[in-house]
Write a protein that binds this ligand. Structure first.
Ligand code: TMP
Length: 202
């Protein structure tokens, strides 16, 4: 089934995005939707290289440089994966999109929310998800779920700020965002995720 629709998962590290995105992809395919699943950083060949630099390498990168690399990864994801899929009429499931840069670099990283929003508007050519599911969870719970923290671990104290940045963004745009309590079991969270998505697709 063809249904041009772009939905994203957002949330702090360890909130369960990948698990939920994978289950959603399967559930939609079982209902005969054509689905494309991507993630940032790293959904393309260029993105995989950028992800290594962004997540693993210790390069003393400035925060603004970091935003620009996330932006390059995002634009490549749009040009190579998201736009072609939307043009085919797929449901596109994205793990993270411009909102992550606004929350992590703009608000928590102090680059400035408005500045990152303006940059993201240019980088995405104004592409905005039809639906954004915020998997909301206390960082103390989500970090305990992760085993590969790397550079992210060092940002642990920032995650409270990131969490509240996402919640603020969701409150400001309730027509696009849905906040889901991600501290519950995978099945409980997924039942909400599927309901929200099917409501909009069917
Ligand atoms: P992931 O673990 O969800 O794949 O994301 C990798 C890390 O990159 C995670 O700590 C969040 C961070 N990130 C940003 O800081 N800004 C962004 O724009 C994106 C997409 C991710």
């Amino acid at each position: 089934m063809r249904r041009n629709f772009f939905l994203t998962f957002e949330g702090i590290d360890g909130c369960g995005k990948s698990t939920q995105a994978e289950r959603l992809k399967q559930a939609l395919m079982d209902r005969h939707f054509s689905v494309t699943h991507t993630f940032e950083p790293g959904g393309t060949a260029l993105g995989r290289k950028l992800r290594t630099i962004l997540v693993h390498d210790e390069l003393n990168m400035s925060l603004f440089s970091e935003v620009l690399l996330f932006a390059a990864d995002r634009r490549q994801d749009i040009d190579e994966v998201i736009n072609p899929a939307l043009q085919r009429g797929d449901v596109v499931i994205g793990e993270r999109f411009a909102d992550s840069s606004v929350a992590y670099q703009g608000v928590a990283g102090n680059v400035g929310q408005e500045r990152v929003e303006r940059l993201m508007d240019i980088v995405t050519s104004g592409l905005v998800p039809d639906l954004t599911l915020l998997l909301d969870i206390d960082p103390r719970i989500s970090l305990a779920r992760k085993t590969d923290l790397d550079r992210i671990e060092q940002r642990g104290t920032l995650l409270d700020t990131v969490r509240h940045a996402f919640l603020d963004m969701a409150a400001k745009q309730p027509e696009r965002w849905v906040v889901i309590d991600a501290a519950r079991s995978v099945d409980e969270v997924f039942s909400d995720v599927l309901e929200e998505v099917l409501q909009r697709l069917e």
